[in-house]
Design a protein around this ligand. Structure first.
Ligand code: UDP
Ligand code: MG
Length: 334
């Protein structure tokens, strides 16, 4: 009798990836075949593509892959573009295997690291992080802004692993734990970091995209960066209070100084600049603070709506039924 080996599913979010998809599918399939040959994963292991509302041929390619090798390729098609994080969530919710790897569709994360991840899983890790040993292939701007951002996140109390994005392996129980989180504003890498469990790391080199252009233009990236902070940490709100206190103290000292100048010196009354400059400074600060508060109020607004994080349009799969978001199952769209 053949010993039972755990099954692997590789979840791949795809947004307009028609150019990269054929090569990605080929390489991921290669990794699966080689792991099967080593006996580290089950024969029934597969790739699960999540089409995040692509407007190009992505879904047709996924359907064709499924038709050619139904046991190797599955697909879920979301009804629109819900974003990278929601697409990952959709894939994780639909997954059934004992271990699941999430990886981008553009092969920037090295698929060969998956074999090592599987080995760490067998060593007992529930979460295996893919960690970039270098990212020369990214632009100077992206590398440095990312480095600064990780530091800022750390300072604000959102613990994440530097140089780790969303390339990771998770065990069934880690996924089950993750799926208990019910927030709409998803920042997966911080949520996963919070889960606990036995973890391991696998280093890999980040390479350039195989094909196509980035689906994260600057605007989307900034949005993601702000979401990362405001969906996780209330430190900016607290900082407002502290800055407010400091500013009030400053104003009080300024008042004392004015009084002193008036009573004990014959200096002329402070002029236009000394009134206008602080006025403008504080006005500016107030707008920034209102903006920060607005960010959080917006988040509360979205969370209280408890919208489904994704909606499935159709699937290309023999095994996996279209699984709605947990919230849809619980109580229908609210
Ligand atoms: N992606 C997605 N939905 C989106 C944007 C991106 O599913 O709205 C996918 C995309 O197809 C890719 C992954 O998320 O597989 C990462 O995107 P990309 O490689 O464009 O980001 P970058 O590596 O440039 O940060
Ligand atoms: Mg990429």
């Amino acid at each position: 009798m053949v010993a039972l080996v755990d099954r692997l599913q590789i979840v791949v979010p795809c947004f307009n990836e028609e150019e990269a998809l054929p090569e990605t599918a080929r390489q991921l399939c290669g990794v699966i075949e080689s792991c099967i040959a080593r006996g580290s994963i089950a024969n029934s292991s597969s790739v699960l593509f999540v089409d995040d509302g692509s407007s190009d041929k992505t879904w047709r390619l996924i359907e064709a892959l499924h038709a050619s090798q139904p046991q190797r390729y599955d697909g879920i098609r979301l009804s629109g573009n819900f974003g990278h994080q929601a697409a990952l969530w959709a894939g994780l919710s639909a997954s059934t295997a004992e271990m699941v790897v999430t990886i981008d569709a553009d092969l920037q994360d090295d698929p060969n690291a998956i074999e090592t991840m599987v080995a760490r899983y067998h060593d007992g890790a529930d979460i295996v992080y893919g960690v970039r040993s270098e990212r020369q292939s990214d632009t100077w701007f992206k590398r440095n802004s990312a480095g600064l951002y990780y530091k800022l996140l750390g300072l604000l109390g959102a613990e994440i692993l530097p140089q780790h994005a969303d390339f990771r392996l998770m065990s069934r129980r880690a996924i089950a734990a993750l799926l208990q989180y019910s927030e709409t504003n998803l920042f997966l890498r911080a949520l996963v970091h919070r889960l606990g469990f036995e973890t391991a790391q696998v280093a890999y080199r980040r390479t350039p995209r195989v094909a196509g252009a980035t689906k994260y233009p600057l605007g989307k990236m900034l949005h993601f960066a702000i979401d990362g902070i405001t969906s996780w940490s209330v430190a900016p709100l607290r900082a407002i209070g502290i800055i407010g206190l400091a500013v009030s103290l400053l104003a009080f000292l300024l008042g004392l100084w004015t009084l002193w100048a008036k009573l004990f010196t014959d200096q002329s009354i402070p002029g236009w600049a000394s009134i206008m400059l602080p006025l403008m400074l504080f006005q500016g600060l107030q707008f920034i603070f209102l903006g920060v508060i607005g960010e959080y109020v917006g988040k509360i607004f979205l969370e209280t709506k408890r919208r489904p994080r994704f909606i499935v349009r159709e699937t290309a799969s023999d095994g996996i039924a279209a699984r709605p978001d947990r919230r849809e199952r619980e109580g229908g769209a609210r």
